[in-house]
Design a protein around this ligand. Structure first.
Ligand code: 3PG
Length: 213
């Protein structure tokens, strides 16, 4: 199976991909464990903190049954570093052909971000048809995704950005949405307080939303 087929399959099976911003590397494994306990098995660690790569390494090592990706991948250098740290897929907020070509040449699964029809066309032209829609809520949420079904019937999306427990189900029920992503399952206050029970409960709630659509 190709890297991108595996990404599509895993994302679709998981339904909800939590977006993690890890400030303290000591929280990485307990946080991932809490999400797994709640039923979420595909995680995105954003490369927005100095310990992000270390967090990916630690989670891969401690919890090998999870599928761990790197988010906020802005260029080929970041892609290379994330892949070397053990990231099994990459997520970028936007798309460049340079990043797309790099990932394809290395057989690294990439979910590029798009926010317009032109960006979808650019990603599609390079062979990417499973795309992050970002920032979903600002773009128009379900209405934006629905509008893209006409010109792009074969594109599948993972909307992220501004999604909450309240609207998760509405996004998940859209025919062109394979999965959704976001940070609402890992609130900074709960992570800071190491309230893993609360995070497991939020993950479980997200799984219930997925299972009810
Ligand atoms: C991101 O890349 O920042 C994700 O889309 C998360 O967005 P959120 O924090 O609004 O859920």
């Amino acid at each position: 199976m190709s890297a991108s087929d595996e990404l599509t399959q895993r994302a679709s099976g998981c339904g909800v991909i939590p977006t993690l911003v890890i400030e303290d590397v000591n929280n990485a494994v307990p946080l991932a464990q809490a999400l797994r306990d709640g039923g979420l098995t595909v995680l995105e660690i954003t490369l927005r903190t100095p310990v992000a790569l270390q967090a990916i390494q630690q989670i891969r090592q401690a919890l090998p049954d999870l599928w761990v990706g790197a988010g906020t991948v802005l260029d080929e250098r970041a892609a290379e570093a994330a892949h070397a740290a053990g990231a099994q897929f990459l997520v970028s907020p936007g798309y460049t052909t340079a990043l797309g070509d790099y990932c394809r040449s290395k057989q690294i699964a990439l979910m590029p971000g798009v926010a317009s029809a032109s960006e979808i066309m650019a990603a599609l032209a390079d062979g990417y048809d499973f795309l992050k829609c970002f920032p979903a809520a600002v773009l128009g949420g379900a209405r934006w995704l629905d509008a893209m079904r006409g010109p792009f019937p074969d594109v599948r999306f993972c909307p992220t950005g501004g999604i909450s427990a309240v609207d998760a189900r509405a996004y998940l029920s859209l025919p062109n949405v394979l999965c959704i992503g976001g940070s609402w399952v890992t609130p900074a206050a709960a992570v800071h307080a190491k309230d893993w029970t609360h995070i497991t409960a939020l993950a479980r709630q997200a799984c219930e939303a997925r299972d009810s659509t």
